[in-house]
Design a protein around this ligand. Structure first.
Ligand SMILES: NC(=O)c1ccc[n+]([C@@H]2O[C@H](COP(=O)([O-])OP(=O)(O)OC[C@H]3O[C@@H](n4cnc5c(N)ncnc54)[C@H](OP(=O)(O)O)[C@@H]3O)[C@@H](O)[C@H]2O)c1
Length: 326
């Protein structure tokens, strides 16, 4: 497995990481035994970067990783996120220094470790200056409880303010062949600062694999039921893009998931996709993208298949959009 190095001078990480969120049910139910087997197979296949969050499954996701990966801790780059908490209205920001310090202790317990390799502020709390949130994370670095600091879904301006307090090693943002907003300002900025881009939802929350069809009815608790992009007329328009990518994949003798991931891998060695998978067949499909070389003609065909504005429809519902720093 190829590796890349997150700045500044972070540990080497595998070219593809494993997103673990769906292992506790964000896109419908998941089988915990199969999820654990997927974690171990990923590790044996050379994946080192494992991505979770303290709010995934309300802590259950971190517990699954702790239970399964603790015996292999020295081979794992463990990345988790905090800075939000669940209320009746959904997740809300919780980025005060006390919130972050408390959350870190709880994550360490659930992950069965004494340090987190990459600790992200999942969302900037508009009620707390980012300098204060990052200052608290820097305190955790000083105590040896955290290795590197990351941010998720931040503007370029916020990234610079945060970096002035403590080096930011990684920025995690949605990035895929149909969601390219990060290219405008955040990607050039993080390159300037020497951070890596961790591309989340690189498979368009599963749609770019061809797994969602017109007749699909999302199960209870599936995030995709809540955002315009995955429903109604927007879904209809987006499935036409998926069909075009699938035709290209078939012509190349590969799968649409591999085309989506191979496209991200062409964006630079500082772009690390973290496809989410809770099943071994999906993991195997995704890792095979490392061997797929897209040609200039393939890249042109992808650009022709995807409208300049990317996928149609907002990627979050109103509540989720309000949580994003702009
Ligand atoms: N920072 C943030 O705000 C944020 C937001 C969202 C996600 N994330 C992180 O990013 C990771 C990846 O994003 P994501 O999980 O949202 O979306 P994704 O990687 O775009 O898609 C995941 C979905 O695709 C399915 N899938 C994966 N590989 C497949 C394949 N080869 N064929 C068919 N289906 C396949 C998965 O199903 P199975 O589970 O059944 O394998 C899952 O339902 C998450 O796990 C999480 O760690 C971060």
């Amino acid at each position: 497995m190829h590796t890349t190095t997150p700045g500044p001078a972070g540990p080497a990480i595998s070219r593809l990481g494993l997103g673990c969120m769906s292992m506790t049910g964000s896109y419908g139910p998941a089988d915990p035994d199969e999820a654990a087997a997927t974690l171990l197979e990923a590790l044996d296949s050379g994946v080192t970067l494992f991505d979770t969050g303290d709010f995934y499954g309300d802590g259950a996701n971190e517990e699954l990783l702790g239970r399964t990966l603790a015996p292999h801790r020295d081979r794992v780059v463990l990345a988790t996120k905090t800075g939000v908490r669940r209320t009746a209205e959904g997740l809300v920001p919780a980025g005060s220094p006390d919130d972050l310090r408390r959350a870190c202790e709880a994550s360490l317990r659930r992950l069965r470790t004494d340090h987190i390799d990459v600790y992200y502020l999942a969302r900037v709390d508009p009620a707390v200056p980012v300098e204060e949130s990052v200052g608290a994370l820097a305190g955790l670095v000083a105590q040896g409880k955290v290795g590197r600091i990351g941010l998720s879904e931040v503007s370029a301006a916020t990234l610079r303010r945060a970096h002035a307090v403590h080096p930011i090693s990684a920025v995690q943002t949605e990035y895929s062949l149909w969601e390219r907003h990060v290219e405008d300002a955040v990607l050039p900025t993080l390159r300037d600062l020497g951070a890596v881009l961790i591309a989340y939802s690189p498979l368009g929350r599963g749609l770019l694999t061809g797994a969602v069809r017109r007749a699909t009815r999302y199960e209870r608790g599936d995030f995709r039921a809540t955002a315009p992009r995955y429903n109604g007329d927007d879904l209809e328009a987006n499935l036409a893009i998926v069909e075009a990518i699938t035709r290209l994949a078939v012509a190349r003798g590969t799968t649409p998931a591999q085309v989506a991931l191979a496209w991200l891998l062409t964006r630079g060695s500082d772009v690390v996709p973290i496809p989410g998978s809770s099943r071994r067949p999906h993991l195997r499909d995704n890792l095979a993208a490392l061997d797929l070389q897209l040609t200039a003609a393939d890249l042109n065909a992808i650009d022709a298949a995807v409208p300049a504005a990317g996928a149609q429809g907002a990627r979050y519902g109103d509540h989720g959009i309000r949580m994003i720093d702009r």
